[in-house]
Every structure is written in structure tokens, then in C-alpha cells.
Ligand binder design. Structure first.
Ligand code: HEC
Ligand code: HEC
Ligand code: HEC
Ligand code: HEC
Ligand code: HEC
Ligand code: HEC
Ligand code: HEC
Ligand code: HEC
Ligand code: HEC
Ligand code: HEC
Ligand code: HEC
Ligand code: HEC
Length: 302
């Protein structure tokens, strides 16, 4: 073969290859557009017409599982919460229970395959009481239905902040009642103070959040209040003082209790508000002011 011939042959081969390639492209192009709807129906009909062992077998969809497993389907439908996902996402293996090998536990879905703690351990931590998931989430088909009897002994393991606060501030809310006496009936329920207490200052209408303004509920003896706190609340227990203040109109009658007693049982010195009305010698002994000015609650008294 001459050099020229070889070149022609090479060119011919290249063209042939090109033709072949483009033909291939054309073929693919001819197949790729979506088939018209009619053709799809026809294909399905053909599937049904095929002998049974020639047909494609499709996995059972959730609505098919539901035909036999009405209880599980209904539970998820009503109260599945975020578990309203296809059955087979959890039940990768099913209808494989064999009483002889007793493999029930092996084939059931594992919580840990989807739920882990940030560090890759058990979801709520490795504490043994928190790793037996089904003790609390008794039905995985309604995972938020958690019996109180199961969580009751474990509050402190999950709520370390609140439990620590209660323990660090001894009060009747640690000794006379426990977490589950207040957060009763269902996990997370928030009680009202009025479930257990009547108000010491019924003149003032108060909701739980008003009570908690003075008594943080997990440390109720740590009382604090703003200097705008209503006199009538104090008067619920110190009616005599209110009577003295209001019964004898003086310039102290309109000063709020909380401004002179900013912390319960404590007293602000006269000088906080009055500076030095008298000479220093006189100002040294606050106990003697009332020799001339009566009592703070009744400046006119003598
Ligand atoms: C979020 C995961 C999850 C989903 C979704 C789920 N399951 Fe389950 N299912 C489980 C687990 C875990 C168990 C094992 C419970 C146990 O050991 O008590 C279980 C148990 C079962 C059982 C056995 C019950 C028994 O009494 O022995 C059946 C039947 C079942 N599931 C059906 C279904 C069906 C049907 C669906 C869909 C409608 C479904 N499951 C969806 C996790 C799931
Ligand atoms: C034609 C009825 C039928 C259908 C459809 C069906 N099951 Fe079952 N399934 C049964 C029967 C019967 C049992 C054994 C008795 C029982 O546990 O209720 C069973 C048992 C189970 C069990 C527990 C025992 C085991 O071997 O796994 C699971 C889990 C389960 N089915 C999941 C499913 C899932 C998921 C689907 C859908 C993908 C499904 N089933 C569809 C009838 C059915
Ligand atoms: C196949 C994966 C899968 C498995 C297995 C699984 N879960 Fe879930 N679970 C989910 C998904 C997805 C969510 C939604 C998560 C989200 O939105 O953050 C969820 C949410 C939850 C929730 C919150 C439900 C809600 O409505 O807020 C609980 C509780 C829960 N899972 C407990 C469990 C327990 C207990 C098990 C074992 C019995 C388990 N899960 C098994 C996938 C799974
Ligand atoms: C001692 C009881 C108890 C055990 C054991 C337990 N849980 Fe929980 N779980 C709870 C409580 C209570 C909640 C909070 C529910 C709520 O928000 O009202 C919760 C919430 C969840 C949530 C919802 C997401 C969230 O943080 O609010 C998931 C997911 C979950 N648990 C998975 C698991 C897994 C997985 C296991 C096993 C490793 C498990 N739980 C063991 C009591 C428990
Ligand atoms: C397994 C861990 C776990 C246990 C045990 C547990 N909790 Fe919770 N709890 C949670 C989770 C998770 C939340 C949701 C937290 C969030 O939304 O920030 C929660 C929320 C709460 C809330 C707040 C509800 C709201 O409306 O904000 C209260 C109250 C509560 N739990 C009280 C308790 C008490 C009381 C106990 C014991 C009887 C308890 N918990 C046991 C995990 C747990
Ligand atoms: C005297 C009743 C009472 C007791 C006892 C009590 N709580 Fe509470 N708890 C409440 C009230 C009321 C609230 C709502 C507080 C608020 O709205 O600021 C609350 C709030 C909570 C919250 C939600 C906090 C938040 O920021 O959302 C958790 C968690 C909680 N308590 C856990 C506990 C635990 C754990 C214990 C036991 C160590 C406990 N509580 C004891 C009444 C109580
Ligand atoms: C489940 C019942 C219950 C609930 C709800 C409850 N308490 Fe109490 N509380 C008690 C008991 C019991 C005592 C001790 C007896 C008493 O002083 O009445 C107590 C005592 C107190 C004390 C005195 C504490 C001490 O150690 O001397 C204060 C303050 C108090 N509660 C405030 C509140 C406030 C505020 C709320 C609402 C946020 C509230 N309580 C909700 C049961 C409850
Ligand atoms: C302005 C602040 C303030 C408000 C608001 C307040 N309290 Fe008090 N409470 C006090 C003071 C101060 C005491 C006395 C504490 C002492 O004896 O050391 C007290 C005592 C208590 C006690 C102890 C028992 C008793 O009667 O002596 C209970 C229980 C109580 N308060 C419940 C409540 C409830 C319930 C509410 C809401 C209806 C509430 N408090 C609102 C300041 C307040
Ligand atoms: C629930 C009842 C109650 C309420 C409400 C209450 N106190 Fe008291 N207060 C008491 C008790 C009990 C004492 C202690 C009396 C004693 O030691 O003799 C006291 C003592 C005092 C004392 C100190 C008395 C002394 O002899 O040193 C002052 C000041 C005082 N309270 C101011 C207030 C103020 C201001 C308010 C309103 C913000 C208030 N109280 C609300 C019950 C209450
Ligand atoms: C202008 C400041 C001032 C105001 C306003 C005031 N107090 Fe006082 N309070 C005092 C002083 C000062 C004492 C110490 C005794 C004295 O010098 O009168 C005192 C004593 C008390 C005592 C001890 C018992 C007694 O009567 O001596 C109680 C309780 C008390 N105050 C409660 C209240 C209450 C409740 C109010 C509001 C109704 C109130 N105070 C308003 C300054 C004030
Ligand atoms: C929280 C602030 C406050 C405290 C503390 C206080 N006062 Fe006053 N006092 C007042 C106010 C406000 C007036 C009225 C001033 C005005 O109208 O110019 C007043 C008025 C008076 C007056 C009358 C002055 C006049 O012009 O007639 C006397 C006297 C007086 N105070 C004495 C005292 C004594 C004594 C004490 C300490 C036991 C005391 N005060 C503590 C706020 C306070
Ligand atoms: C020896 C008697 C006496 C004593 C003790 C006394 N005062 Fe006075 N104070 C007076 C007289 C008199 C006035 C003038 C009366 C008037 O203007 O109404 C006065 C006026 C005041 C005024 C009003 C001043 C003004 O600028 O309007 C204040 C506030 C006051 N005294 C506070 C005090 C305080 C606080 C003490 C204790 C440290 C005190 N006094 C002790 C006799 C006394």
C-alpha cells in the first residue's frame, strides 16, 4: 500500500467511524423523548397480559401494607408525627419472623440506624435508663405517646439545668412536691400555681406568670420584685402597714412599699432618698429620725 492509499483508507475509516457515531447519536435521540401517554397505558396493559412469571414485580407500597396491618397504619396516620414515612423505610426486612430461630429482635428496625446523639452514641446519651428506647417510646408507630410512669424517675437525667436549680435552692418545691407532681398527667405539661395555691393577696388578680415574677417556680423562696410591685400584694400579709400609710395622709403615703423595702424584709436608709436634710451629727443616727418625724409609715405620729 502506498503512503497516499494509506491516507485515503485512514480518511475513509475516520468518516465511517464518524457516520457510525452519529448514527448511534440519532438512535439515542430517537429513544429519549418521553413516550406519549397512550403508549404508557399500552405498556401497562402488555405487562398485565404477560404470563405472570414474566411480569416486573414491584415492591409493596405503604397503602398495600395498610390493607393487612390496619392497626399500625391507623396509629401512624393518627399520631405518627414525624414517623409518617413509608413503612419500608423502617421495615427494610419484614415477613421474615421465624419462631424456631426466634429472630424477632433481629429483623425489627433499629432506632439507632436513624437517631444518634451528636457524638454518634445513643440518642439521649449513654445512661442505661435512656438507651432502652421502647421503654418510653412504647409504640414506634406513635413515637410521641410517652407514658409518664416511664419518664417519671428520669427527669433529672435529661433536664440537668432545672434539676440542678431545684436542688441548689432548697424549698417546699423540692421537699413537699416532686417534678412529676407539678408536671403531671403528660410529659411537658406546665401547671398553674392555682392548681395548688390560693393567692395570699386576693385583692390583686394574678396569673401564674405574675406569681413567678416574685417566685421563680424552681426556687420559690428566692423572692425578688421590681420597685413598682403593687402595694396591695404586700398588703395581703401586711394589712396593718398599709392601713397606717393610707390612714394618715403624709408625704410617704404614695411611696411604694417596694421602693423603701427593695428586698423582702430589708430596709432602705432614709438618706437614699433624702440626702442630708440636717447636719451631719443629726444624720448619723437614722434610728432617731422618728423622735421628731414619727414613723416612716406615719410621719405624723408621735
Ligand atoms: C419509624 C420506623 C417505623 C415505621 C415508619 C413503621 N414501623 Fe412498624 N415497627 C417499627 C419498630 C421499631 C417495630 C418493633 C416494635 C417492637 O419491638 O415492639 C415495629 C413493629 C411492627 C410490626 C410488628 C408488630 C407486632 O405486634 O409484633 C408490624 C406488623 C409493623 N411494625 C408494621 C408496620 C407498618 C404496616 C408500617 C407502615 C404503615 C410500619 N410498621 C411503619 C418501626 C416502624
Ligand atoms: C396480605 C396481607 C399482608 C400484607 C399486604 C403485608 N403484611 Fe405484614 N404481615 C402479615 C401477616 C399475616 C403477618 C404475621 C402476623 C402478624 O404479625 O400480624 C405479618 C407480619 C408482619 C411483620 C412482623 C413479623 C415479620 O416477620 O416481619 C411486619 C414487620 C410486617 N408484617 C410488615 C409489613 C410491611 C412493612 C408490609 C408492606 C410492605 C406488609 N407487612 C404487608 C400480612 C401482611
Ligand atoms: C428509618 C429511619 C427511622 C427509624 C428506624 C426511626 N426513626 Fe424516629 N424519626 C425518623 C425521622 C426521619 C424523624 C423526623 C426527624 C426530624 O424531623 O428531625 C423521626 C422522629 C422521631 C421522633 C420525634 C417525632 C415527632 O413527631 O416529633 C421520635 C420520638 C422518634 N423519631 C423516635 C424513634 C424511636 C424510639 C425509634 C426506634 C423505635 C425510631 N425513632 C426509629 C426516622 C426514623
Ligand atoms: C426515659 C424515657 C426515654 C427513653 C428511654 C428514650 N426517650 Fe426519646 N424522648 C423522651 C422524651 C420525654 C422526649 C421528649 C418528647 C417531647 O418533646 O415532648 C423524647 C424525645 C425523643 C426524640 C424527639 C426529638 C427531640 O429531641 O425532641 C427522639 C428522636 C428520641 N426521643 C429518640 C429516642 C431514642 C432513639 C431512644 C433510645 C436510644 C430514646 N429516645 C429513649 C423519653 C425517652
Ligand atoms: C429522655 C429525656 C427526657 C426525659 C427523661 C424527660 N424529658 Fe422533659 N423534655 C425532653 C425533651 C427533649 C424536651 C423538649 C425540649 C425542647 O423542646 O427544648 C422536653 C421538654 C420538657 C418540658 C418543657 C415543655 C415546654 O412546653 O416547654 C417540661 C416541662 C419537661 N420536659 C418536664 C419533664 C419532667 C417533669 C420529666 C420527668 C417526669 C421529664 N421532662 C423527663 C426530654 C426529656
Ligand atoms: C411547683 C411545681 C413545679 C415543680 C416541683 C417543678 N416544676 Fe418545672 N416548671 C413548673 C412551671 C410552672 C414551669 C413554667 C415556668 C415558666 O413558664 O417560666 C416549669 C418549667 C419547667 C421546664 C421548662 C423550662 C423551659 O425553660 O421551658 C422544665 C424542663 C421543667 N420545668 C422541669 C422540671 C424538673 C426536672 C423538675 C424537678 C427537678 C421540676 N420541673 C419541678 C413547675 C414546677
Ligand atoms: C402540685 C402543687 C403545686 C403547684 C402547681 C405549685 N406549688 Fe407552690 N407549693 C406546693 C406545696 C405543697 C408547698 C408547701 C406547702 C405550702 O407552703 O403551701 C408549696 C410551697 C410554695 C412556696 C413556699 C416555699 C417554701 O419553701 O416555703 C411558694 C413561694 C410557692 N409554693 C409558690 C408557688 C408558685 C409561684 C407556683 C406557680 C408557679 C406554685 N407554687 C405551684 C405545691 C405546689
Ligand atoms: C410582689 C411579690 C409577690 C407576688 C407577685 C406573689 N408573692 Fe407570694 N410571697 C411574696 C412574699 C414576700 C412572701 C413571704 C415570704 C416569706 O414569708 O419570707 C410570699 C409567700 C408566698 C408563699 C408562702 C406561703 C405563705 O402564704 O406565706 C406562697 C405559697 C406564695 N407566696 C404563693 C404565691 C402565689 C401563688 C402567687 C400568685 C398568685 C404569689 N405568691 C405572688 C411575694 C409575692
Ligand atoms: C405571703 C405573705 C407576705 C407578703 C405577700 C409580703 N410579706 Fe413581708 N413579711 C412576711 C412575713 C411572714 C415576714 C416576717 C415577719 C416577722 O419576722 O415577724 C415579713 C417581713 C417583712 C418585713 C420586715 C419586718 C421586720 O420586722 O423586720 C418587711 C419590711 C416586709 N415584710 C415588707 C414586705 C413588702 C414590701 C412586701 C411586698 C413587696 C411584702 N412584705 C409582702 C410576709 C409577707
Ligand atoms: C418611706 C419608706 C417606707 C415605705 C413607703 C414603707 N415602709 Fe415599711 N418601713 C420603713 C421603715 C423605715 C421601717 C422601720 C420602722 C420605722 O422606722 O418605721 C419600716 C418597717 C416595716 C415593717 C416592719 C414592721 C413595722 O410596722 O415596723 C414592715 C412589715 C413594713 N415596713 C412593710 C411595709 C409595707 C407593706 C409597705 C407598703 C404598704 C411599706 N412598708 C412602706 C419604711 C417604709
Ligand atoms: C424610697 C424613698 C424614700 C425613703 C427611703 C424615705 N423617704 Fe421620706 N420621703 C420620700 C418622698 C418621695 C417624700 C415626699 C417628698 C416631696 O414631696 O418633696 C418624702 C417625704 C419625707 C418627709 C416630709 C418632708 C416634707 O417636706 O414635709 C419626711 C420628714 C421624711 N420623708 C422623712 C423620712 C425618714 C425619716 C425616712 C427614713 C426613715 C425617709 N423619709 C425615707 C421618699 C423616701
Ligand atoms: C430633733 C428633731 C429632728 C430629728 C431627730 C430629725 N429631724 Fe428631720 N426635720 C426636723 C424639722 C423640725 C424639720 C423641718 C420641718 C418641716 O419643714 O416640716 C425637718 C425636716 C426634714 C425633712 C424635709 C427637708 C426638706 O428639705 O424639705 C426631711 C426629709 C427630714 N427632716 C428627714 C430627717 C431624717 C432622715 C432624719 C434622721 C436622720 C431626721 N429628719 C431627723 C426635725 C428633726
Amino acid at each position: 500500500m502506498t503512503r497516499a492509499n494509506r491516507l485515503i483508507l485512514a480518511a475513509g475509516l475516520a468518516t465511517g467511524l464518524l457516520l457510525l457515531l452519529s448514527a448511534g447519536c440519532d438512535k439515542r435521540a430517537a429513544v429519549s423523548p418521553p413516550a406519549p401517554a397512550k403508549q404508557v397505558v399500552a405498556a401497562a396493559e402488555t405487562q398485565a397480559e404477560l404470563p405472570v412469571y414474566e411480569r416486573d414485580i414491584k415492591p409493596l407500597p405503604t397503602e398495600q401494607c395498610a390493607r393487612c396491618h390496619v392497626k399500625e397504619f391507623t396509629n401512624i396516620k393518627k399520631a405518627g408525627g414525624k414517623h409518617r414515612i413509608d413503612c419500608v423505610r423502617c421495615h427494610v426486612t419484614f415477613h421474615a419472623y421465624n419462631p424456631r430461630t426466634d429472630n424477632y429482635a433481629d429483623i425489627m428496625p433499629k432506632c439507632a440506624s436513624c437517631h444518634q446523639s451528636a457524638s454518634g452514641g445513643a440518642y439521649h446519651g449513654d445512661e442505661p435508663a435512656l438507651t432502652a428506647c421502647l421503654n418510653c417510646h412504647a409504640d414506634p408507630h406513635q413515637p410521641n405517646d410517652i407514658p409518664m410512669s416511664a419518664v417519671e424517675p428520669q427527669c433529672a437525667k435529661c433536664h440537668t439545668n432545672e434539676a440542678g436549680e431545684v436542688a441548689a435552692n432548697p424549698s417546699a418545691h423540692a421537699t413537699a412536691v416532686g417534678c412529676a407532681d407539678c408536671h403531671s398527667d403528660s410529659h411537658g405539661r406546665i401547671p398553674q400555681c392555682s392548681d395548688c395555691h390560693s393567692s395570699h393577696s386576693p385583692e390583686v388578680s394574678m396569673q401564674s406568670k405574675d406569681c413567678m415574677g416574685c417566685h421563680p417556680v424552681h426556687k420559690p423562696t428566692r423572692i425578688s420584685y421590681p420597685n413598682t410591685a403593687s402595694q396591695q400584694i404586700c398588703a395581703g400579709c401586711h394589712a396593718d402597714v398599709e392601713t397606717a400609710l393610707k390612714g394618715n395622709l403624709t408625704k410617704h403615703s404614695d411611696v411604694s412599699c417596694a421602693r423603701c423595702h427593695p428586698n423582702h424584709k430589708e430596709l432602705e436608709p432614709c438618706s437614699t432618698c433624702h440626702g442630708h436634710p440636717h447636719n451631719s451629727a443629726m444624720m448619723q443616727d437614722t434610728n432617731r429620725c422618728n423622735e421628731c418625724h414619727g414613723k416612716a409609715h406615719n410621719l405624723a405620729a408621735n
